[in-house]
Write a new protein. Structure first.
Length: 308
C-alpha cells in the first residue's frame, strides 16, 4: 500500500492530516507489514515510506524526531516479528536504488544498506574479493546484517567492516569507524542509528576458486535451512560452545506447537508459520520452546528474532 494520503493519527485513511503531509514524498497509512517480512504475520505500520534518497530519509527522520514519533527501519524482514497490533509509528524501508548500490573499490567494496546481502556476496566473488562468501545463505539486507552482525561458522560480517555511514535520530549523517564500531555475537552497537551504507575490507583472491567455495557454502546452507518453506524465522542465538538447534532437540521441544506455529523438526531452531498463523502463535511458540529448554537443560536461550 503506497498512497499519498491524509489520515487520522489512528492509522485509518480519512480526512485528518498526517504529520508528513507537507513533505515532498509518499507516505502510506496503515501499511500491512506482514508482506514485508519472511514470517508473513503481524499487523500494520501507522505510517510507512520508502525514501528516494538520503535527503528524503533525513526529512522523515527529522520530522519523527520533532514530533516524537517512533521510527524503525525494516530491511528484508527476515529477523523481525511484528505484533498483531502492528507498529504505532513510522516504518522506513530503504528499497530505493540510492540505498542499494554496490561499488567495487578493490580490495574494498562500498554498499548501500538496502542492498540484498546475497547480491553483495556475489558481486564480491565475481570481482575476485574474498571474505563474504560464507554469508551467502543469509537472507536480508546489508543494513539488517550489520545491525545484527549476521554470520555463522565461517565468520561474521562485522569482521570486514571498515566504515559505516549512519543517520542519527536528528537526521544528521556521520561516518563511524575503528573504535566507534563494536560487533559482538549477533549484535552490534549500530542498533540506535539508521545504517545508510558501509565500506567492507576484503582480500584479493582467484574468482573461480571463490565461486566454487561460495557454491559449496550455498549448498550446505540450503541443506541446513528449512527447504521449500518461506514462512520461517530463526528462533534463538547459538550459545557459546553449542547450537540452539541441538539444545532444542535435546530438550524434546521439536514437537511443540502453538496455534498454527510449529518448530521445523528437521532444523529445529526455525519456527514455521503455517497458513492462518498469527503473530501471537509465533511468539507463544518461541516462549514455550525457550521454557522447555530452561526446564529440561537449565539453559536460557537468547531469542534471535526481534519482536517489535
Ligand atoms: C532462513 C533463514 C536463515 C537465516 N540464517 C542466518 C544465519 O545463518 N546467520 C545469521 O546471523 N542470521 C540468519 N538469519 C537471520 C536473519 O536473516 C539475519 O538476522 C539478517 O541479517 C536480517 O537482515 P534483514 O535485512 O532481514 O533485517 P530485518 O529482519 O528487516 O531487521 C532486523 C533488524 O535490523 C534493523 N535494520 C534493518 N535495516 C536497518 C538499517 N538500514 N539501519 C538500521 N537498522 C536496520 C531492523 O530495524 C531490525 O531491528 C536467518 C533467517 C532466516 C529466515
Amino acid at each position: 500500500m503506497t498512497q499519498r494520503t491524509t489520515a487520522d493519527e489512528g492509522g485509518t485513511p480519512g480526512s485528518v492530516a498526517t504529520p508528513f503531509d507537507d513533505l515532498p514524498m509518499a507516505v502510506s497509512v496503515a501499511e500491512p507489514l506482514a508482506p514485508h517480512t519472511w514470517l508473513g504475520v503481524g499487523g500494520a505500520a501507522r505510517f510507512f515510506c520508502e525514501p528516494v534518497d538520503v535527503a528524503a530519509l533525513a526529512r522523515v527522520v527529522r520530522r519523527c524526531h520533532e514530533r516524537s514519533i517512533p521510527l524503525r527501519v525494516i530491511g528484508g524482514g527476515s529477523n523481525v516479528l511484528i505484533p498483531t497490533a502492528g507498529f504505532a509509528g513510522m516504518v522506513v524501508r530503504l528499497s530505493a536504488p540510492a540505498f542499494s548500490s554496490i561499488e567495487v573499490q578493490r580490495p574494498e567494496i562500498v554498499v548501500g544498506a538496502g542492498a540484498k546481502l546475497v547480491h553483495v556476496v556475489s558481486a564480491a566473488v565475481q570481482a575476485g574479493l574474498s571474505g563474504l562468501e560464507t554469508l551467502v545463505g543469509i537472507p536480508g539486507t546489508v543494513g539488517g546484517a550489520l545491525v545484527g552482525n549476521a554470520g555463522g561458522r565461517g565468520g561474521d560480517i562485522g569482521d570486514h567492516v571498515r566504515e559505516v555511514s549512519v543517520m542519527l535520530p536528528d537526521g544528521g549523517v556521520e561516518l563511524r569507524s575503528g573504535a566507534a564500531l563494536t560487533f559482538g555475537s549477533r549484535w552490534s552497537n549500530l542498533d540506535d542509528v539508521i545504517v545508510i551504507s558501509c565500506r567492507l575490507q576484503l582480500e584479493d583472491e582467484d574468482s573461480d576458486l571463490l565461486t566454487k567455495r561460495m557454491q559449496k557454502r550455498w549448498i550446505v546452507d540450503r541443506s541446513e535451512q528449512p527447504a521449500g518453506v518461506r514462512s520461517v524465522a530463526m528462533m534463538f542465538k547459538d550459545p557459546h560452545g553449542s547450537t540452539a538447534e541441538s539444545l532444542v532437540t535435546q530438550a524434546g521441544a521439536r514437537d511443540i506447537r502453538a496455534g498454527e506455529a510449529t518448530v521445523h523438526a528437521p532444523r529445529s531452531n526455525f519456527v514455521v508459520a503455517h497458513p492462518g498463523c498469527s503473530s501471537d502463535d509465533v511468539r507463544l511458540l518461541v516462549e514455550n520452546v525457550r521454557a522447555r529448554v530452561r526446564e529440561r537443560l537449565g539453559i536460557e536461550l537468547t531469542p534471535q528474532i526481534e519482536v517489535w
